[in-house]
Design a protein. Structure first.
Length: 372
């Protein structure tokens, strides 16, 4: 699905030098590379403050911890995503309320969010899935009208933009807090775990920083119960090399997506990714829908040809044993359930040659022509 080794080889000299410099400095915890990276990401995103942390799941947890919520407060999030968002909500004693998605973009539907708002709702937590931002204009409008916080999960979409208040803004900078992950396969990946919160609000930034440092503003003086969540200095050293490449990495993903599109758009039983108006898609994943119950058959046929594919995600969050007791019977999550039965993600990474995407695209077209 990805070729991390090839990307490493492209940047080997710079990355090796940065890693060795860190090793020799012996400043393994909170070394200067961490602040250098926070400053560089802050400038890339045009945001007030970036707080690096240990991973994307922690970033979401820290963002929620910074808001001073009460047990039982409700956080509305998407039913169709990676587990991290629902998990941290539940771990903090808050209640995840699952909302449905738009069937074409797979992102949370602001209208469905609004009808699930109750007197206990405090936060909307959209996930910008597969590389494309959710409809932030509509989400912010609902949040503003109901006095809610918005935490954006940008783990899969760093570098994507979204039109808001007359200009294209970086995903994650529109709501109150953006949370991202530097897991190796993300748009900006390090060589292990890493993450960050970012915000335009200095007071929120101070609370997030405190939460990530055991609840302390200075060592051994603990104002609140926090956690230990730091971006490793070695990971920051890698990220400092890679951040200047992020826009190029995104263009490379977009080029691969265009090749897939050109082949697959002709296949009636396949829906290719739809780029919503007023957003840019960074294609962290290239995810198609295979209609008429044929998804698993296509996946098996690709496997037989040595072409990997993955189902992100096979089960919606409200159907997971860990979270099904939070599901409400009142409004079904029809689009999320349908997506789980149709989605298929194809290989996608920065080192992929257009010829490789064309080969995979043609193989899928042939499959449908043969079995029409
Ligand atoms: C949408 C989403 N949110 C959060 C996370 C959590 O990130 P991490 O693995 O860095 O904790 C991921 C990771 O896959 C993700 O895809």
């Amino acid at each position: 699905m990805v070729d991390l080794k090839a990307q490493y080889l492209r940047l080997k000299n710079e990355v090796d030098a940065a890693l060795m410099q860190t090793v020799e400095s012996a400043q393994y915890i909170n070394g200067p590379q961490v602040q250098t990276f926070a400053d560089a990401l802050q400038s890339y995103l045009s945001v007030e403050t970036v707080v690096p942390c240990a991973n994307g799941t922690d970033a979401l947890q820290l963002a929620l911890m910074a808001l001073d919520l009460e047990p039982g407060d409700e956080v509305i999030t998407t039913a169709f995503s990676f587990v991290a968002s629902a998990e941290v909500i539940a771990l903090l004693g808050l209640t995840p309320v699952f909302a449905d998605i738009h069937p074409q973009t797979f992102n949370i539907d602001a209208k469905d969010v609004e009808r699930r708002i109750t007197s206990k709702t405090r936060v909307i937590l959209p996930v910008h899935l597969f590389g494309q931002p959710a409809e932030m204009e509509a989400i912010m409008e609902v949040a503003d009208r109901h006095g809610l916080y918005v935490i954006e999960d940008v783990a899969q979409s760093l570098g994507a933009t979204c039109f808001y208040k007359g200009a294209y803004q970086q995903a994650g900078t529109i709501g109150h807090i953006g949370c991202t992950s530097f897991f190796p396969t993300k748009n900006l990946g390090c060589f292990g775990d890493g993450g960050a919160c970012y915000t335009q609000d200095a007071a929120l930034a101070a609370r997030i920083k405190r939460m990530a440092a055991h609840g302390a503003d200075r060592p051994y003086h603990h104002k609140v119960v926090g956690i230990n969540s730091r971006l490793d200095t070695l990971q920051a050293a890698v990220l400092n090399v890679k951040l200047p490449w992020l826009d190029r990495f995104i263009s490379e993903r977009q080029r691969v997506a265009a090749v897939y599109d050109s082949h697959l758009k002709e296949v009636e039983q396949i829906a290719i990714p739809v780029v919503a108006e007023h957003t840019t898609h960074t294609y962290n994943q290239y995810t198609i829908c295979v209609k008429n119950g044929r998804r698993d058959e296509v996946m098996k046929a690709l496997e037989a040809m040595g072409i990997p594919s993955r189902i992100y995600y096979p089960v919606p969050l409200h159907r997971q044993p860990a979270f099904c007791h939070y599901a409400s019977a009142a409004w079904p999550l029809t689009n999320a359930e349908k997506a789980c039965s149709e989605v298929l993600s194809l290989p996608m990474h920065t080192e992929m040659k257009p010829g490789e995407a064309a080969y995979i695209g043609r193989a899928i077209v042939d499959l449908f022509e043969k079995n029409a």
